[in-house]
Structures are given as structure tokens and as C-alpha cells.
Design a protein around this ligand. Structure first.
Ligand code: ATP
Ligand code: MG
Length: 246
């Protein structure tokens, strides 16, 4: 049985989609079968970041009831073992799809894949909650700023109370400012384990523009190495251990 990980944050723009895409490709490189799900039903962009641009069936169609989930799963030939379930971007689909149906669509995917990664919207609104509660484990993404960290913590507390297992957090875009909170202090504030420090790296942004996650676009970059290390750490702790520890 596979693992379902919700990738979440309090504020927008912390790097959830970037983390989802890179973790998917990195776990695929480690030989795991992965599906990355775009759970951001109103501002979908995961498929663009992963280079899938011709998807006709989306998770919206599945939620609306006009397609089956198997028709919304796309293999990405350039990345071994990696699949994506895209979301629609047109307003008509967005209006019709009820996000509350996400858990029943996403949860069964763990029977088919080693990892189901959910790219969630930021915050605690109903669409974000529905996407986040479709997972069983939580990966928090934050930037090294206090308001970003406290908002992400709030989300983590809510999800823990809802019964999800806390894997820990990713400190993303570290080194962008001289005022950044250092990793040790960040871990103290967050009160959950720090799983990876991802540096601010122009290669990450370039990769986003190319539609190729940085672990494939520039594997020797510091950003790519950090995402690979994150994948190894997830491989180590995801599943039973995370449940016992927290
Ligand atoms: N480590 C990094 N170094 C440089 N740029 C980064 C890094 N991480 C993310 N970015 C850039 O920051 C922007 C926002 O990232 P991303 O879309 O992953 O955030 P998000 O949390 O998914 O946002 P939203 O809440 O809007 O869905 C993107 O342009 C991405 O390329
Ligand atoms: Mg996003």
C-alpha cells in the first residue's frame, strides 16, 4: 500500500508546487512509482511545472462525474515512474467541480502507486482543507520568515488534530535575504522536524519556466541536490515511523 502526502503551507507562494514536482521526479529516480495530483482546483499549475501541456481529462472532470480517474492519470515519459493528475484552468470546470469530493477520488490511488503527492492550495479554506484531508501524511513548506512559518504551523496543527501524521517541514528559498531565520531557529519555532533546507537558487526558477523540475533540468545545482536529499529523507521516514514518532 502506498503513502499519500499532502504538501501544504499557510501562505501562498512558499514553493508547494515546486516541492511536489521535484519530489515526484526525485522519488521516481529512486525507483518509486509516483502520482502527483494537482489539488489546487482554482489556481492549477502543477502540470505546467511538470511539462504536461496537452491533458484533455482533468481531476475536475472526475469530480464533476464526466470521467473516470484512470483517464486523468498521465505518465510523463521524460521522468521514470512519474505520473500526473492535472487540474483544469477554465472557469466553467472550476465552477462545476465540488472540492469536497477530493478525498474519495484521491485516497484509492494509494493502491496503485508507492507515493501519492498532493499539491494543495494555501490556507484553511474549504478547497484547501478538502485537498489536505485527502492525504494521510503532511509535508509543511515554509520560507525562512516568521509570519510565513507561523501561518504554516497553524495549518500543521489543524491537520494533526484531524489525524494526519506529521512528517516535518521544508525550509524553502533559504538565503534570499540576510534576515532569513536560520534552520536551527526555524526548527525550534516549528516544533516539527526539519527535513530539508532548499536554498534560493535561480536554477529552480529557470526550471519552472522550462516546465522541467530542477532535479531533472539541472541535477548538479544546489536546489536539485537539496530536493534529492529531501526525497531520500521522505523515503526513510514516510509510513509507519512517522506515525509512531508524532
Ligand atoms: N528554492 C527556490 N529558489 C528559487 N525560486 C524558487 C524556489 N522555490 C520556489 N521558487 C519559485 O517561487 C515561485 C513560487 O513557487 P511555487 O509556485 O512552487 O509556490 P506555491 O506554494 O505552489 O504557490 P501557490 O500558493 O500560489 O500555489 C515559482 O516561480 C518558483 O519557481
Ligand atoms: Mg502552487
Amino acid at each position: 500500500m502506498g503513502k499519500i502526502i499532502s504538501i501544504v503551507s499557510g501562505k501562498g507562494g512558499t514553493g508547494k508546487t515546486t516541492t511536489t514536482a521535484n519530489l515526484a521526479v526525485a522519488l521516481g529516480k529512486l525507483g518509486k512509482s509516483v502520482v502527483a495530483v494537482d489539488g489546487d482546483l482554482t489556481m492549477a499549475n502543477l502540470s505546467l511545472v511538470m511539462g504536461l501541456d496537452d491533458a484533455s481529462v482533468t481531476i475536475h472532470d472526475v469530480l464533476i462525474g464526466t470521467a473516470e480517474i484512470k483517464d486523468a492519470i498521465y505518465a510523463i515519459p521524460d521522468f521514470e515512474n512519474v505520473h500526473v493528475i492535472p487540474a483544469a484552468i477554465d472557469w466553467e470546470h472550476v465552477m462545476k467541480a465540488d472540492p469536497r469530493g477530493l478525498p474519495s477520488v484521491i485516497k484509492p490511488l494509494k493502491e496503485q502507486f508507492d507515493y501519492v503527492l498532493i499539491d494543495c492550495p494555501a490556507g484553511l479554506q474549504v478547497d484547501a482543507m478538502s485537498a489536505m484531508l485527502s492525504g494521510e501524511e503532511v509535508l509543511l513548506v515554509t520560507n525562512p520568515e516568521i509570519s510565513c512559518m507561523t501561518d504554516t504551523m497553524k495549518v500543521g496543527i489543524v491537520l494533526k488534530r484531524a489525524g494526519l501524521a506529521m512528517l516535518g517541514f521544508v525550509l524553502n528559498r533559504y538565503g534570499r535575504s540576510s534576515n532569513d531565520i536560520p534552520p536551527d531557529a526555524a526548527e525550534e519555532v516549528m516544533e516539527v522536524p526539519l527535513l530539508a533546507v532548499i536554498p534560493e537558487d535561480p536554477a529552480v526558477r529557470e526550471a519552472t519556466l522550462e516546465g522541467i523540475p530542477v532535479v531533472a533540468y539541472k541535477p548538479t545545482s544546489d536546489g536539485a541536490k537539496a530536493f534529492m536529499a529531501l526525497a531520500q529523507e521522505i523515503e526513510r521516514i514516510s509510513g509507519f515511523k512517522a506515525r509512531v514518532m508524532y
